[in-house]
Design a protein around this ligand. Structure first.
Ligand code: NDP
Length: 389
């Protein structure tokens, strides 16, 4: 039986992972599940999957978790230290599906202990890509992409040499507002931004899809994971979200990965890698679909894509600054303190303000320095928002 742990088990990716694991009760031994505020879901799944340990990120919820697990034999724990302890428990395969920068440390700790890390938490690569990948290399651990675009590229590259790659093209649906008049975008509400045209995902990533911050993170993620030149990465708007990514090779061949909008494909691929297994996802019927559409992204509509290019050009710890400023801007939008279009303004201002702080941005990529850059970006973003931008 393979030992598995799931961080962010109560979220959208975590639940899809549990769905796959629960279908094979004799295949997996669940070591740890982590969640945040959804104690009922965490406890129910931990009991159902007979996990050794359930951890909530919030110390004040320990009592609730203990009550919910009472008599089940599942151990309860809470707080950041408990999360790290859970990540140290021997596991063959670990799903990293906490949302935001909080996902970095447990994932990093898991690869330090040699686990295969299925990485949904794109923020880990954006904030500390080289640290994560080098740590994995040092400890002989494998990092497998779970983001659908990166899983698609990974699959298109099986048996290929990176030297033969000319371009990696990741697709974007265009999000909830792809057809909105530009002048209306500032008035977009949280509810409207939380409706994705094709995917059913957590609220934060859904809003990030509408603003294209999600694709901006993914462009940086592509660079960090595949180690390629930023100029070789392209974004293509594809409203149907059926082609997830394409790889163009030096001989002109273009390999596309297609599939339905169901994250259980990418999760299942990482779970069964290097083999393929039957997965409970719908099959694409291209004859029924009939046509697929593509267009270049409109940089005026999606300024986050330009910011991603700036981050890759600047390098250093600017990815940590970018992500942290984006998280604060997103919090402020969800709390209705800034308009939808102000999120990119906040991030742009924070990047500009901190760009010349060489001690911060060009510091060695260690966990402490990433945390310092993240912290400073949050402070500056909060200041800009409080000052009305
Ligand atoms: P959700 O918001 O649905 O779930 C997030 C998970 O993280 C929940 O388990 C939540 O707990 C937990 N969590 C939230 N805050 C913290 C914290 N500070 N510390 C520890 N745990 C926390 O997110 P998604 O599943 O949508 O996304 C997870 C990650 O996967 C993100 O990085 C996202 O970008 C990436 N991803 C998601 C895709 C999708 O289809 N959803 C596709 C590709 C990538 P609780 O809910 O109990 O509070």
């Amino acid at each position: 039986m393979r030992k598995v742990s799931i961080f962010g088990a109560t979220g959208s990716i975590g639940q899809s992972t549990i769905d796959l694991i629960a279908r094979e009760p004799d295949g997996f031994d669940v070591v740890a599940l982590s969640g945040g505020r959804n104690i009922a879901r965490l406890a129910e799944d931990a009991i159902r999957l007979k996990a050794d340990l359930a951890v909530t990120a919030h110390e004040e919820l320990l009592g609730d978790l203990q009550d919910a697990l009472s008599g089940s034999g599942v151990q309860a724990a809470a707080g950041e230290l408990a999360l790290m302890e859970a990540a140290e428990r021997p596991a063959d395969w670990v799903m990293s599906a906490i949302v935001g920068a909080a996902g970095l440390k447990p994932g990093l700790r898991a690869v330090e202990h040699g686990a295969t890390l299925a990485l949904a938490n794109k923020e880990s690569l954006v904030t500390a890509g080289s640290l994560l990948m080098e740590t994995a290399k040092t400890h002989g651990a494998t990092v497998l992409p779970v983001d659908s675009e990166h899983s698609a590229v990974f699959q298109a590259l099986v048996g290929e040499e990176m030297e033969a790659v000319e371009r990696i093209i990741i697709t974007a649906s265009g999000g909830a507002f792809r057809n909105w008049p530009l002048e209306k975008l500032a008035e977009a509400t949280v509810e409207q931004a939380s409706q994705h045209p094709n995917w059913d995902m957590g609220q934060r990533i859904t809003i990030d899809s509408a603003s294209m911050f999600n694709k901006a993170l993914e462009v940086i993620e592509t660079r960090e994971y595949f180690g390629i030149n930023p100029e070789m990465i392209e974004v293509l708007v594809h409203p149907e979200s059926l082609v997830h990514a394409l790889v163009r090779f030096r001989d002109g061949a273009l390999m596309a990965h297609l599939g339905v909008s169901d994250m259980r494909h990418a999760i299942g691929y990482a779970l069964n890698w290097p083999e393929r297994a039957d997965l409970p996802v719908d099959r694409l019927d291209l004859a029924q679909i009939g046509q697929l559409n593509f267009s270049a992204p409109d940089i005026v509509r999606y300024p986050a894509l330009r910011l991603a290019r700036d981050v890759m050009t600047r390098g250093g710890l600017s990815g940590a600054v970018f992500n942290a400023a984006k998280e604060i801007a997103l919090d402020a939008f969800i709390a209705r303190r800034v308009k939808f279009t102000a999120m990119t303004v906040v991030v742009d201002k924070v990047l500009s303000a901190l760009e010349s702080d060489l001690g911060l941005i060009d510091a060695e990529m260690t966990l402490d320095n990433v945390a310092a850059a993240d912290h400073m970006a949050r402070i500056r973003a909060t200041e800009f928002i409080a000052a009305g931008l």
